[in-house]
Design a binder for this molecule. Structure first.
Ligand SMILES: Cc1cc2nc3c(=O)[nH]c(=O)nc-3n(C[C@H](O)[C@H](O)[C@H](O)COP(=O)(O)O)c2cc1C
Length: 190
């Protein structure tokens, strides 16, 4: 896929076909793209916990928070939940947080997941302590961002921000709309 269409397709998906379960191999294939990401001072301080087992997905899900602007409606319902997670952790033995690498890595892996036929949502809102306990992470590994993945079933459209309202919304058919600021409003010296 060309870069424009890959970026266009790489929306934040929050509804999935839960009958399609992402396999361990598919997750490893996605994480393999991480080696292509840049890293400040080339420290490569990020480690990944891949979750594909249904019982583990079910255990992690209640500790994740979705689409705050939509209230309860933004939370994936049963049958539409992610079937895999990639938990991006900072290895504190390599570097203390905060670090720049995490967001770049999250987007790299989201693009990779779209290229591999999936999609998902970056989650910054999750209960870190629960993730640490459930995944039995050692002290040096601190989860920073979670990628929730699956086979998306959502129709998402980008629209212009109007009156500075950046809140995404859905219509009656659950189509999701994401307002983006106009380029003329983002280039300072346009
Ligand atoms: C660092 C980061 C953290 C995010 N955390 C959450 C989250 O916890 N829950 C959620 O539903 N969406 C989360 N999102 C998704 C944003 O809401 C989404 O990117 C935004 O609405 C724009 O939609 P788009 O990704 O389709 O362009 C996060 C996005 C980023 C970049």
């Amino acid at each position: 896929m060309d870069i424009y269409n890959l970026l266009l397709k790489n929306r934040s998906y929050r509804r999935f076909d839960e009958t399609y379960r992402i396999s361990k191999k598919e997750l490893v294939d996605i994480v393999s793209y991480s080696r292509l990401a840049p890293s400040a001072a080339n420290l490569q301080p990020l480690k990944f916990y891949i979750v594909f087992e249904k019982d583990l997905c079910d255990e992690l899900f209640p500790n994740t928070f979705w689409a705050g602007y939509l209230g309860d409606l933004g939370r994936p319902t049963e049958g539409e939940r992610p079937t895999a997670y990639i938990v991006i952790c900072i290895d504190k033995d390599i570097i203390e947080s905060p670090i720049w690498d995490v967001g770049i890595m999250a987007q790299t892996l989201m693009l990779a997941s779209v290229e591999e036929g999936f999609g998902g949502c970056i989650l910054g809102s999750f209960i870190k302590e629960k993730f640490i306990n459930i995944l039995n992470l050692p002290d040096n590994l601190e989860p920073n961002l979670v990628l929730a993945l699956g086979k998306p079933i959502e129709d998402i459209q980008i629209v212009d921000v109007i009156d500075n309202n950046i809140k995404y919304y859905r219509d009656a058919s659950k189509k999701h709309y994401v307002p983006k600021r106009k380029i003329s409003d983002t280039i300072i010296n346009y």
